[in-house]
Design a protein around this ligand. Sequence first.
Ligand code: SF4
Length: 344
Amino acid sequence: MNIYGITREKLENYFIEIGEKKFKALQIYEWLYDKRVTSFFEMTNIKKELQSKLAEDFSFDMISIQKKQQDKLTSKYLFKLSDNNFVEAVLMEHDYGLSVCVSSEVGCNMGCTFCESGRLKKIRNLEAYEMVEQILLIEQDIKKRISSVVIMGIGEPLDNYDNVLDFIKIINDPKGITIGARHITLSTCGLIPKIKELMNETLQINLAISLHASNNELRNKLMPINKTYNMCQLIDTIKEYIAKTNRRVTIEYVMLNSVNDSESCALELATLLKGMNVYVNLIPYNETNHLEYKKSDSKTIMKFYDTLKKKGINVTIRKEFGSKIDAACGQLRSKEVELWKVFI
Ligand code: SF4
């Protein structure tokens, strides 16, 4: 097992099982995430025999940075995995700190029709360590600490539930990468049973729902998942999530020209979300060469925004990051280096 994929609780259980004190897990975490050593033999407060035992039971194998592309406030990283698959992550510099958008799967099975990232079907889940290492390698590269993480890259995180949960626990651990729960956002297209599972975890993370439509008919066209879990069920589940967690939920709404950006869509959306503790994040669409959707113009986006505002819905327009390097939302690709040749 890779040492970067084990939560502190699981590591404590490991130590108990081998007859050691569970506080050793804390010591290991300090070496890994505070001192950032990359060998058990550098852990000087761990006795020699135990260092050898740990080296037998755990590896430090790393994914690697294959390529990095930069555009002002955004850097896109292409990571090579040990089985020669590739995923991407994006680093963004905000005025409030550095955030990273991580991938959770190689490919994605959800098939959202406007999404470049999902053009490659899912090959496999990412292991927790492969997500943790996206953060560690970026921090090592820029020699700075990341302050927030969004799980919004390639993949549907709730389709890789256990590994994503472990990842969140590791980065959120005060002795791990120490990213506060309120600085971690998980974005889902709406896997209802998993949202229900998530609401029973005691995590204070942010949940973002990719809604992108104001009615079932439209959502069926944009997001095949809606045929399994329709919008009415999804809205009910979001209400349940809010009641249970007391947390505000973000509604992601990508603005597609003449598809979902009309005045009537805005009014329909406002009716749907009325009285809910949510805020809507309007996302200017990032056009790609492969998909026919076009971006709504800024006047239309502003009008949509004003309509929601007038109806008492909290709404923001997402700042655009990295569209020049195809690092923007929905533009991450998973098909590997070949695709990078397009822009390197
Ligand atoms: S939007 Fe998200 S869930 Fe939908 S296909 Fe793209 S990566 Fe998958």
